[in-house]
Ligand binder design. Structure first.
Ligand SMILES: Nc1ncnc2c1ncn2[C@@H]1O[C@H](COP(=O)(O)OP(=O)(O)OP(=O)(O)O)[C@@H](O)[C@H]1O
Length: 280
């Protein structure tokens, strides 16, 4: 789907029509991915797919290869074997219809909030957009993350949570089909993190975007995701998968959340046991 055909944020009817034209293969598919750093095999035989507008959490212990897999799926690294397809095309570099957010907002200190949120929209590989459209996209994204009125602030004047809101707005301004989020809230305090988790779900639903969220936090995965993939093993692989069919807001269903949490925790413990088996 090209930029012009993309539904405007909030236009659910258009989005449904667009979704109906999507192939059955999903927005992103990965087939038989291996990745190694030199002699170190990080993961092997990873196959997965992400559907349009789906929020997928990639959960696993430290060092199991989550960030590396995200980087391969985002086109930042090439797999040692296997293939990633995005919008039915082989992915060779980051796609202009995808966006990334990381643990740190990485704002440019010499640019005001609005310019930071617009950063990257003019890059050569981005679809060309008129200045007026560009500004309205950026303003809309900043308003959606609760920063209307702060467009002229400097990054140094922002809290960590506000800086991460700018990073999220910068991603939304690209109108991504798929947002890659690598532990985006792990540096925030618990209350801000909970706010940002709810905000992420709210805005990606409004933007009709899919998300791949890398996290080591089971609660975050359950609160945010439609589907959870558990990564583990040495080398890493996808070991288990859950569809989260707890209604939103999930905080209102503590019994169902706790039951799923215990199930995932048991599986996560098994991955550690397997990973350390035979290690003195
Ligand atoms: N640039 C690199 N060169 C060599 N090895 C690396 C490099 N980056 C990561 N690794 C190794 O690859 C493995 C997977 O790292 P990765 O960061 O993908 O794991 P992770 O699951 O995201 O971990 P965490 O949750 O701690 O961020 C680790 O053993 C790590 O030490």
């Amino acid at each position: 789907m090209n930029a012009a055909a993309r539904p405007a944020p909030g236009n659910a009817a258009d989005a449904d029509a667009a979704a109906a034209t999507e192939t059955s293969h999903g927005l992103l598919t990965a087939d038989g991915l291996d990745f190694r750093y030199g002699a170190l095999p990080v993961f092997t035989e990873v196959s997965l797919s992400i559907r349009r507008r789906e929020i997928v959490a990639l959960l696993g212990g430290s060092g199991c290869g989550k960030s590396t897999l995200l980087r391969v799926l985002a086109g930042l690294e090439s797999p040692s074997a296997g293939q990633v397809r995005f919008l039915d095309q082989p992915l060779e570099r980051p796609h202009p219809r995808s966006a990334l957010i990381f643990q740190h907002a990485s704002l440019l200190p010499w640019l005001r909030v609005e310019a930071n949120a617009a950063f990257g929209l003019d890059f050569r590989h981005q679809p060309a957009i008129a200045a007026g459209v560009r500004q309205s996209r950026v303003r809309e994204a900043l308003a959606a993350v609760g920063l209307a009125g702060r467009e002229h602030a400097w990054p140094a004047e922002l809290s960590g949570g506000q800086a991460q809101r700018v990073a999220l707005a910068r991603a939304l301004a690209r109108e991504p089909e798929l947002l890659f989020a690598d532990e985006p809230f792990s540096a925030l305090d618990a209350i801000t993190r909970a706010e940002m988790q709810n905000l992420l779900v709210d805005v990606v639903h409004r933007w009709h975007a899919a998300v791949l969220l890398v996290t080591h936090d089971i609660d975050e995965a359950i609160l945010v995701a439609d589907r959870i993939l558990l990564m583990g093993g040495r080398p890493g692989g996808i070991l288990a998968e859950w569809t989260v069919d707890v209604p939103r807001p999930r905080e209102d269903h503590p019994g169902a959340v706790t039951a799923l949490r215990l199930e995932i925790l048991a599986a996560l413990r098994d991955t550690f046991t397997q990973a350390t088996a035979g290690v003195d």
